[in-house]
Design a protein around this ligand. Structure first.
Ligand code: BF8
Length: 636
């Protein structure tokens, strides 16, 4: 497989041949070795949920059309799909639970390593959740917010919606979701319900299964929403910050530590501790001390809040080790390739797992607990310094590629920027420019990389097309990583790629905010859980216009998605009324009922729907068409 087919990231292009020469296998090699992939699996018609099977439906109609129990292709595809949504919701919401429990500990005075960094945000959250925070002690507010959040994991009354879902969506959307029976009352119960209804011999109606999946996806939204908001209270609400991205952020003369995964509870403390241990690193010979860099969503979290440079996104995580300059990779949960330890065997790099429920054979495990967070972080940094001493200089190949990236556009930061134009009514300039067409619409880019697509290529191609068409763009997750690595989160990118009217608006706002130029072409909104930030901006616009989310010229795109979490996110975006593009063919094509529901019927029911398009130019055209259709609906 030649390099240009793998990635458009020049750092990847630089390192892959070196990996090949050294006989080090990467995800692209494994993907190639996996070809051809199982056609039944690709269509979603392979059923493995009981041991009468595995069963598979013949998509050509010649062989079996039902599994041994009698389940047809529609039941099998729907069951497989909604189990993915449940897994995605479990991942995001477990992350959220972890943050909520830590906030509770802070409220109760049991977590000395943590404090409330953004008091105002915590009080705003308490207001949103109707907890009447005025006059209450901060710790009391923290405790009440944590308990109200944890209630979303424990409520047994099915008629009462989750606090966070109810408090953060438009009233009309809340009513619609309740009416359709898809509003979650308890995140854990909804996930358990999906596992139950997909057990052998339960729900066999594909549409009913999909509605169960949508409820699970909305539980995912609930979990990520509370996760984002409570993280802001604990670690600070992001504000625009200038940093750098791509593997060139690694430094030859520093102890390089990559924080990788998702949960900021660990990475925040590592960053704090690393700052205090620079001297130890220098004593070990690292002239520049300690250089913490980020990978994947942990990378986004620390980039937004601290300006920590982003090393890379999902698909190229192994390559951070192949630079030979990474001394430790500290991982917590989600999107961590099990291959990392095999790659690290060829180098001096320490792979350090930190969560009891996320271990990798061959890694060093240093258990992370909130009550001893600083001690664990110290041990981790010490281990990285020790590893640095063993670094083989002959193996160091840091690609000379990095780009400036402006990160940190939380909803609050966007409102703050807009308020520089209209302090009394910050949304007005944005809405006026949407109404007059200077901004045609808003697109949210989210999700992963996938070796089924050329890494980063779909994101970049679609973004440049949308920019030309004067679409305002937001990004999270590994999509945000792509734009950061490739210089699309810069003012220069706005100058180079934005359509004239979009450029004029971004320049006016940027200048008013004192940036001496336009806002970046793509606004960095954070990690995957931070997709809820885009929802809060959209809800504010919808409320101001007095319409529901499904009327807004708003689209989403996950052009290179791969994870179960992304399946859940895409589905809740549809449930909230957003046309949602995916650039990888989903494993559902074996059921016409499932395909038709998600791409067409969902539109009547919820306003949102999936657009499946693997060609990035055509995907951009379809997204622009969806925006135009919405504009027409609004009469603008
Ligand atoms: O939660 S975008 S590859 S890192 S799943 Fe994973 Fe996908 Fe990246 Fe973040 Ni999101």
């Amino acid at each position: 497989m030649s390099n240009w087919k793998n990635s458009v990231d020049p750092a990847v292009d630089y390192l892959l041949p070196l990996a090949k020469k050294a006989g080090i296998e990467t995800t692209w090699d494994r993907y190639e070795a996996m070809q051809p992939q199982c056609g039944f699996g690709e269509l979603g018609v392979c059923c493995r949920i009981c041991w009468k099977g595995p069963c598979r439906i013949d998509p050509f109609g010649n062989g079996p059309q039902r599994g041994v129990c009698g389940a047809d292709a529609h039941t099998i595809v729907a069951r497989n799909l909604i189990r993915m949504m449940a897994a995605g919701a479990a991942a995001h919401s477990d992350h959220g639970r972890h943050i909520a429990l830590t906030l509770l500990e802070v409220g109760e005075g049991h977590a000395p390593a943590y404090r409330i960094k953004d008091e105002q945000k915590l009080r705003n959250i308490a207001e949103k959740l109707n907890l009447a925070p005025a006059g209450k002690d901060l710790r009391q507010v923290a405790k009440e917010v944590a308990l109200a959040s944890l209630e979303d994991y424990s409520r047994q009354k099915r008629s009462i919606p989750c606090n966070w879902a109810k408090a953060t969506l438009t009233a009309e959307r809340v009513d619609k979701l309740i009416e359709l029976g898809v509003m979650p009352h308890n995140i854990d119960a909804v996930i358990a319900e999906i596992m139950h209804r997909t057990h052998v011999g339960c729900d066999a109606d594909a549409v009913n299964l999909l509605l169960g999946g949508i409820k699970g996806a909305l539980a995912d939204y609930t979990g990520m929403c509370l996760s984002t908001e409570l993280s802001d209270a604990l670690f600070g609400t992001p504000e625009p910050v200038v940093t750098q991205a791509n593997l060139g952020v690694l430094k030859e003369d520093a102890v390089n530590i990559a924080v990788h995964g998702h949960n900021p509870l660990l990475s925040e403390i590592i960053c704090d501790v690393a700052l205090k241990m620079n001297e130890e690193a220098r004593k070990a010979g690292a002239k520049e001390g300690i250089n913490v860099v980020g990978i994947c969503c942990t990378g986004n979290e620390v980039m937004m809040r601290r300006g920590i440079p982003l090393a890379t996104n999902y698909l190229s995580q192994e390559l951070a080790i192949i630079t030979g300059a990474l001394d430790a990779m500290v991982v917590d949960v989600q999107c961590i390739m099990p291959a990392l330890t095999s790659v690290a065997e060829c180098f001096h790099t320490e792979i350090i797992t930190t969560m009891a429920e996320n271990k990798i054979t061959g890694a060093t495990h240093i258990e992370f607990r909130e009550d001893s967070a600083v001690e664990s972080a110290q041990k981790i940094v010490e281990l990285a310094i020790e590893a640095f001493k063993k670094r083989d200089k002959r193996k160091v190949n840091i690609p000379d590629y990095k780009q400036t990236a402006i990160a940190g556009f939380s909803a609050e930061a966007i409102m703050a920027v807009l308020s520089k134009i209209d302090a009394k009514d910050p949304l007005k300039p944005l809405i006026d420019n949407i109404v007059n067409g200077n901004i045609q619409g808003i697109a949210l880019f989210a999700g992963c990389n996938n070796p089924r697509a050329i890494q980063d290529n779909n994101f970049i191609t679609i973004a440049k097309e949308l920019a030309k068409n004067n679409v305002l763009m937001l990004a999270t997750g590994c999509g945000a990583g792509t734009f950061a690595k490739t210089g699309l989160m810069t003012q220069e990118a706005t100058e180079a790629y934005a359509g004239e009217s979009l450029k004029a608006v971004l320049t006016a706002i940027g200048k008013a905010a004192g940036l001496n130029g336009p806002l970046p072409l793509v606004l960095h909104m954070g990690s995957c859980v931070d997709n809820s930030r885009a929802v809060s901006v959209a809800v504010a616009i919808a409320n101001k216009l007095g319409v529901d989310l499904d009327k807004l010229p708003l689209v989403a795109s996950a052009p290179e998605f791969m994870s179960e979490k992304a399946v859940a996110i895409g589905t809740w975006a549809v449930a909230l009324g957003i046309p949602t593009h995916i650039g990888i063919v989903p494993q559902i094509m074996g059921s016409s009922v499932v395909v038709e529901f998600l791409t067409e019927k969902a539109k009547d029911l919820l306003g949102g729907y999936f657009i499946v398009e693997t060609n990035p130019e055509q995907a951009a055209a379809k997204l622009v068409a969806a925006i135009k259709e919405r504009r027409k609906g609004l009469g603008i």
